[in-house]
Design a protein around this ligand. Structure first.
Ligand code: GLU
Length: 328
């Protein structure tokens, strides 16, 4: 609970206020909350910013001061929320599922029972970006190449491994896997130090635009075929997804078929109900304004923001959903 102090309410007793001759003590209360996001060229970082913007608009009403932190991604965020180092985090739906069930990174620790769902956000697509001169047209072509699968702590690292495995590629033997942060991958690709990288991200994303804007021509490689059908049968949290090519016109002319998950907003059972309630209420009551903050939110509805969650809902979120009739 390193940062517990930050959530701890800070009482600002700025002495006293003289009102019509009477002395009234002022006790303005500020509650600090931090949202763990991802790399600054991803979509989590602006998403944390969008949530904070909406919530901080009502600072006078709730006394909540919301800030964002750039982090290593989903797995880092879930663990930081559970440790009490962050109050909120953005995490892929598949990672939320694994944490609550005690799978993947949580296999040794077991089910993470304090994890709570708040709402889900934009769709994220497993995005495979490759240099054209590397001759990579399909996942199979990654054999023997230098490929960034993502840093430990990221959501995408396991997605990259799952996709490679589905195509019969052993990431430890059949290619040279790099494990750096997604924010570093575009320049490594442009500098010729890697041939391709995976990034599970919403679109449009700054990282993919950056990769596509350099001198070395890149393409987004489809992740499709019978191998993918098997992948979808094996894991409940993957679904087919499409990356609109209009966001990256320099990379090709056709939309890209791939596999995706959802970004979700998570917290811990230890975070107070009124704080979670206030954040949910502000985001949902101002959803149209929120949706203008990033093109990836265009598909969001109040209803679909309650889908794709596997952890129990936080009571503060439940209170709002019941109040407005989104839940019984
Ligand atoms: N999906 C990525 C992860 O969990 C982060 C994507 C982003 O930052 O937009 O690590």
């Amino acid at each position: 609970m390193r940062r517990a102090l930050l959530l701890a309410t800070i009482m600002v007793c700025a002495g006293a206020l003289i009102l019509g001759g009477a002395v009234v003590p002022v006790q303005a209360k500020t509650t600090f909350v931090t949202i763990g996001t991802g790399g600054i060229t991803g979509v989590y970082y602006p998403t944390g910013g969008a949530i904070c913007k909406i919530v901080n608009n009502k600072r006078d009403q709730y006394g909540i001061r919301c800030t964002v932190e750039s982090t290593g991604g989903s797995v880092f965020n879930i663990n930081a929320v559970l440790a009490g180092d962050l109050e909120f985090g953005i995490a892929q739906s598949d990672r939320q599922y694994q944490a609550i069930k005690g799978e993947a990174e949580w296999q040794d620790k077991g089910p993470q029972q304090d994890l709570r769902a708040v709402f889900s956000i934009h769709p994220e697509a497993i995005t495979l970006v490759a240099a054209e001169d590397a001759g990579i047209k399909s996942v199979q072509d990654l054999k023997g190449k230098r490929v960034n699968i993502g840093n430990p702590g990221s959501g995408q690292r396991q997605n990259s491994i799952d996709v490679l495995e589905a195509f019969g590629i052993d990431w430890e033997k059949d290619l040279q896997a790099e494990q750096v942060k997604a924010a570093e991958a575009p320049s490594l690709l442009q500098d010729g130090r890697i041939d391709a990288f995976f990034y599970t991200v919403g679109h449009p994303s700054g990282a993919i635009k950056e990769a596509a804007a350099g001198r070395r021509k890149v393409r987004i490689v489809p992740i499709t075929g019978p191998e993918v059908d098997n992948l979808l049968k094996k894991y409940p949290y993957y679904a087919k997804a499409v990356i609109p090519i209009e966001f990256y016109p320099d990379t090709g002319t056709e939309d890209i078929q791939t596999v995706g998950v959802k970004a979700t907003f998570v917290t811990s059972a230890k975070v107070p109900e009124d704080v979670v309630y206030a954040i949910v209420k502000e985001v949902f009551d101002n959803l149209e304004e929120f949706k203008k903050l990033h093109p990836a939110y265009s598909v969001l509805t109040r209803e679909n923001m309650l889908e794709g969650l596997s952890a129990p809902f936080h009571p503060g979120a439940l209170k709002y959903y019941k109040e407005v009739g989104l839940m019984k």
